[in-house]
Design a protein around this ligand. Structure first.
Ligand code: ZN
Length: 583
């Protein structure tokens, strides 16, 4: 089904008018769907001093104490930073509840799913939500809504502690609604309170629409990230402008894990300490390293990145430290290495665990004394380079096994920063989806309107073994396969090896399974390894079955069986002898 391109007006056209009216009724009527399933997931257990909501621990708190805490935060941090802290907690809770909603109501009816949020608000005693306008097309991501919020606990607390304000008071709840809706639509949706109890109105009035359709939505988006943690210095301000001009990849995220990582980076940026990033492949270690460089005093100087695993062991030292003419065959002229070229700046070494032992020794000397020689040279050179390293392997284990130098590990590990995998920071998914959609469709000069509801849901469920990089690649494929003016739908993400599947193909299968199968970044060998581990067979049994299969295929030829299994002939002969004696 082709969809028309997105209208230019700020409010999406009511081309699904009838549907919207029906949905509006759903949201307006308190008994549809009823609260039963939500109420059932509430458990009060005074004997254990425990209140649970869908397995999550809850606490009954006096609204007054929340008000006092807010006042204290404002006094301690200032108005804007206090608001940012409350906004982030609200946003995070909103995304968590959206995941709960998608789980609880199994995604059969978008509006029943969506209604969990307003209903949770009511159940928790936060606010009674009344929808005034609700125009949403979950298939294209279009969204415009107006709500009345009655009896907002947060706004009453704000009013009580701060008196009538010129600004609205629903900081946490507004961010909650934004986080909640962003997960549903796979793009940042922002709510603003235009009228508020804290401003002296008898109820609050909110408008919610995509961030791109608000003016100055940067403020809210920044509050959802950790951007208000750092005290922004003049040099950071210029480096930020420069970043925009350079069109460098921006760092985007909103989850607690992301914010903590950014917070650590901000702490260490102004120092000269080496930093060691760890995390799975694809989590964005280089993006974080660039951010660190941008926030450091070295921002105006170069940042050179090198993937140690991509360079042959024999060449890595020449690459890092430079080479003198005639040092080895092929070294026809002298050239500087990365340490010289990055002078005054930062050097980022990815996959540092793959460095040769000898290169590790030289690196340690640079870190300790700031000195090195070019390969084949005897002049000692001084360097002024900040080192950032990254690994996706477990370096402590490699130290234990003796493949990585302990002293170098300790030096690098002065300031370790772990970047959590994407599946542990799902609140980042909607912001990342929106970001990649924007930059990739701009690059391809193709207008893609957004993501369908099923794609958004699928992205929230998927375990993302390839992390942010996988998300980016999948969105890029979706943009290529979708028609201009269309939203990315599930059939744009699923490809069999020789053809693109149609929507009907997918509906006949399990779309989630089909998606996982096409996108699994695991190699067949890893897949088999996992199956073997799951099979419960002992190591010996696995070994036996492998040798037996090899002998069968080679029709008893020991030499062939040896080459098939990578074992030696004598090992195969020994196995044959011992298995005969057993049976
Ligand atoms: Zn309010």
């Amino acid at each position: 089904m082709k969809k028309t391109s997105k209208p230019k007006s700020k409010r999406p056209a009511k081309r699904k008018g009838k549907k919207s009216d029906l949905h509006l009724q759903n949201l307006l009527s308190a008994d549809h769907p009823d609260f039963a399933d939500l109420l059932e997931s509430f458990h009060f257990d005074p004997e254990k001093a425990e209140i649970l909501l869908n397995g999550e621990r809850m606490v009954l708190v006096d609204n007054k104490s929340l008000g006092i805490m807010r006042r204290e935060l404002i006094l301690a941090l200032g108005y804007e930073r206090a608001r940012a802290v409350l906004s982030r907690t609200g946003y995070e809770m909103g995304t968590a509840d959206a995941e709960l909603a998608l789980k609880l109501r199994h995604g059969e009816n978008f509006f029943e799913d969506f209604n969990v949020g307003p209903q949770l608000h009511a159940l928790k005693g936060s606010v009674r939500v009344e929808a005034k306008v609700f125009e949403a097309n979950p298939d294209s991501g279009e969204f415009y809504s107006e709500f009345y919020w009655h009896n907002s606990a947060e706004c009453h607390a704000h009013l009580e502690q701060m008196g009538i304000s010129h600004e609205s008071g629903g900081w946490q709840q507004i961010a909650y609604a934004s986080g909640y809706t962003s997960v549903f639509f796979g793009r940042p949706i922002i709510f603003r309170e235009l009228e508020c109890i804290a401003k002296g109105y008898d109820k609050c009035f909110l408008v919610g629409k995509p961030a791109s359709e608000w003016e100055d939505s940067e403020n809210e988006l920044r509050r959802f990230r950790a951007e208000s943690y750092p005290k922004i210095t003049a040099s950071e301000k210029t480096s930020n402008t420069k970043k925009r001009v350079n069109k460098n990849r921006l760092i985007v995220g909103a989850s607690a894990g992301f914010n903590l990582t950014l917070h650590l980076i901000d702490k260490v940026a102004s120092t000269e300490s080496p930093v060691l990033f760890s995390g799975e492949s694809g989590v964005g270690k280089e993006v974080f390293a660039r951010e660190l460089h941008q926030r450091s005093r070295r921002a105006e100087k170069p940042l050179l990145a090198i993937n140690c695993a991509a360079i042959p062991e024999s060449l890595i030292e020449a690459e890092l430290f430079g080479v003198e003419k005639g040092a080895f065959t092929g070294a026809e002229k002298s050239r500087p290495g990365r340490f010289e070229r990055a002078a005054g700046g930062t050097l980022f070494l990815d996959e540092i665990g793959t460095l040769s032992f000898s290169a590790q020794g030289k690196l340690l000397r640079v870190l300790q004394e700031g000195e090195f020689e070019r390969v084949g040279g005897n002049k000692t050179l001084k360097t002024d380079v900040r080192l950032i390293a990254a690994t996706n392997s477990n370096l402590d284990m490699e130290v234990e096994q003796g493949t990585f130098r302990r002293d170098l590990f300790y030096r690098l590990n002065t300031f370790p920063v772990h970047i959590p995998p994407l599946r542990e920071r799902r609140a980042d998914i909607p912001v990342l989806m929106n970001y990649f959609l924007r930059i990739i469709s701009e690059k391809q000069e193709k207008n893609i309107t957004g993501f369908s509801n099923s794609v958004t849901k699928l992205f929230q469920q998927y375990h993302w073994p390839g992390n942010v990089r996988e998300l980016e690649n999948i969105i890029e494929r979706g943009i290529i396969l979708a028609e201009a003016g269309e939203a990315i739908d599930i059939q744009h993400l699923i490809m069999s090896s020789d053809r693109v599947l149609s929507k009907e193909d997918i509906q006949n299968k399990d779309p989630f399974r089909a998606f996982v199968l096409t996108n699994s970044t695991e190699t067949p060998a890893e897949e088999i390894g996992k199956q073997l581990l799951d099979s419960g067979l002992s190591k010996e049994e696995i070994n036996n079955s492998l040798i037996r299969a090899a002998l069968e295929r080679s029709e008893g030829n020991v030499t062939q069986a040896a080459s098939l299994t990578g074992l030696s002939r004598s090992q195969i002969n020994y196995w044959i002898k011992s298995s005969r004696s057993k049976h």
